[in-house]
Design a protein around this ligand. Sequence first.
Ligand SMILES: Nc1nc2c(ncn2[C@@H]2O[C@H](COP(=O)(O)OP(=O)(O)OP(=O)(O)O)[C@@H](O)[C@H]2O)c(=O)[nH]1
Length: 290
Amino acid sequence: MATIQWFPGHMAKALRQIREQMPLVDIVFELVDARVPYSSQNPEIALAAGEKPRLLIMTKTDLADPKRLNEWLTYFKEHHQPVLALDSRQQNVSKIITAKSKEILHDKLVREATKGMKKRPIRAMSVGVPNVGKSTLLNHLVKKNVAVTGNRPGVTTGQQWLRSSNELELLDTPGVLWHKFASQKQGTMLALSGAIKDSLYAKDDVALFALNYLRHQQPDELKKRYRLTDADLDENVSDPDLLLKITEKMGFRDDYDRASERLIFDLRKGKLGAITMEIPADLNEDGVNE
Ligand SMILES: Nc1nc2c(ncn2[C@@H]2O[C@H](COP(=O)(O)OP(=O)(O)OP(=O)(O)O)[C@@H](O)[C@H]2O)c(=O)[nH]1
């Protein structure tokens, strides 16, 4: 499988800015894709956050498998990782996220009040891999796109502080990936989720990975979408032969690449059913999905 080149210079710069701005915030909102909850967590963010609280926000939950989503919620809770599961497009995100942030920062806020400090909005930085739903969530959090102005660090760094409410201010950051994925599988999962530019990976490799997953985990959805028979999914049929069959069914003759692209987009848009491609049980002792 060809190695994916995913780390352009602008991401290195964005990561540097995230590190620089970390001291300015109370909490980090780390958005992860509920369909690939492990693979879409950027390890650089946890490193950059250090002791700062991180709230994981699982997005695209409407496209995820509900049972597996619950398994992940339980897993994160067991690991004392604050977490929320949302559809970024839902209207009440601001209330939910503000309430959770207040709960996480409760002790700090009480300490400040006890010292007689003036009540102030919580300052959060929102981070995540490309395409995870940051802009969508931000648009719901910041309804009138009100930029915060003022004489304090961060306001002049080029990135804008935005006011969500009197209780919450946000620093938006561009989607970032990292240098070295834990495995080729992780790169493939990210490509499937839409986090890696489509021109940067071999579509047939990624489609074959998806197909192998689907024929074992969601055969009925696969059959329905591409009008396949049980015989087409027989275990003696190889993944490449199955992809050729699907190519034919799509009416693309032998244009394997075009069919691969269609399959990837269908999966991303939820046309192959609600899907969560990773489960907590996949993780090894070190919490890595190899
Ligand atoms: N179904 C569904 N689609 C979502 C959700 N959140 C975002 N999307 C869609 O996912 C795509 C990417 O969303 P964006 O908000 O642009 O993602 P982003 O993280 O800002 O992307 P970058 O700018 O590349 O970093 C868009 O087509 C959104 O409509 C969600 O919770 N559910």
